[in-house]
Design a protein around this ligand. Sequence first.
Ligand SMILES: CC(C)(COP(=O)(O)OP(=O)(O)OC[C@H]1O[C@@H](n2cnc3c(N)ncnc32)[C@H](O)[C@@H]1OP(=O)(O)O)[C@@H](O)C(=O)NCCC(=O)NCCS
Length: 438
Amino acid sequence: MNKKDAEMIDQRIVELFRSAAAYINAHRASTFVIVLHGEALAAENLPNIVFDLSLLHSLGIRIALVHGCVDGDLERPPGQAPQPTSAGEMAKLRERAGGIGVALEAMFSQGTSKSPMRGADIPVRRGNFISASPAGVLDGVDLKYTGKVRKVDAEAIREELGRGAIVLLPGLGYSITGEVFALQPGEVATETAAALGADKLIVFVPGDGVGDANGATLPTLSLAEGEACRDRLLARGDAESRRAGLALRAALRACRAGVRRCHLISCRKNGALLRELFTREGSGSLLSGAEPHLLRAAELSDVPGILQLIAPLEAEGALVRRSRELLENEIGNFRIIEWEDTLVACAALYPVDGEHGEIACVAIDPAHRGAGLGERLLASLEQQAKATGMGHLLALTTGAEHWFARHGFEPRKLADLPANRRKFYNFQRNAKILGKRL
Ligand SMILES: CC(C)(COP(=O)(O)OP(=O)(O)OC[C@H]1O[C@@H](n2cnc3c(N)ncnc32)[C@H](O)[C@@H]1OP(=O)(O)O)[C@@H](O)C(=O)NCCC(=O)NCCS
């Protein structure tokens, strides 16, 4: 590598570190419940995951780490009965859970001078934080040592987290009879996240997150989208889809129990966790719960609401005027966000040529600005543009140049516009031309 290249890389590292500052501040003192299933525990990438978790801990994030005890764990898709756990299997699970716990403790304790974790000093705590009861008899089958979560001792976990410890929670629970029951790690994680009032649930999965019908990773999902994807993934036969479907099922439950953000992240890709948490682009899939705003494709019946929303912005020249007829014709390009049955935001994606699409008519009701609605609409249209094979996005704006710049748009010249768009450029309006490569 020559000196100039090395300097460029150094500068890039500085910029990356600076751009992470906002995320570091946002996550500090947050509580994350993180799940490592069998695939993650067996992954070559596990030492990197542990290192990245140590880094999160160093940044002031409180971590409860749930881990599986067997490769396939005990989870079954809906409709498929839970499997019984015999006394012999239970004995093996106890042994395996102990072994995994000790191995994780050892990994968090690394601190030789050559280790990247030197000086970290991370206390790890295990304990009887999860009470279980037997799952019982199902359709005449005694499930024996297969159990369900009865109670999470949130106070004791919080105390340990408050002392700066990482809390390890195996997929096991203790009963009032002094027995041990096998639990689904997804259930342990969901119940723990709900009991702690966690800020995030993060599940490591073998794939990149949640894929759409064509396999492209969906960066964000609403609850409704999450439900549809869960059913599609669980209906597939392969192990990767099944694991993503089960992780999504746990995430949906956590969201319904009040956890605002649940992430599905690759357990095989080095650094996927850090990319998801500290970069705008992310790397996995984020399921957003407790979201009163509903994003969807616009319909003809939305035209009056859009007209009402954009009228003041048209009057002040922020948006180009659109007649009712034009809007009705172009409604298929629009996405909107509703809040309590009121249309509060809209944006459109116009195809320009096969390669370019134009983002236009981004309008957020003033009472709902600054809540990330613009960002959500833009992310959703970007996703749509990518799915339809577009490689570039354009935006022509008089007042929101910097807002688009925050989302990766860069200045373009008139000559950069495709010819069929250039000939309609309005010189009187003199809008700034911006572009983003997808
Ligand atoms: C620009 C607009 C779409 C942003 O929508 P939003 O939902 O409020 O944006 P988000 O919540 O995603 O982002 C908010 C952030 O963007 C910033 N922002 C908002 N409008 C901005 C603008 N015009 N220029 C620069 N930054 C802007 C906010 O200050 C806020 O910053 P913060 O997170 O540091 O506090 C909205 O303000 C709007 O409807 N403006 C009028 C219409 C318009 O100009 N549309 C674009 C032409 S196509």
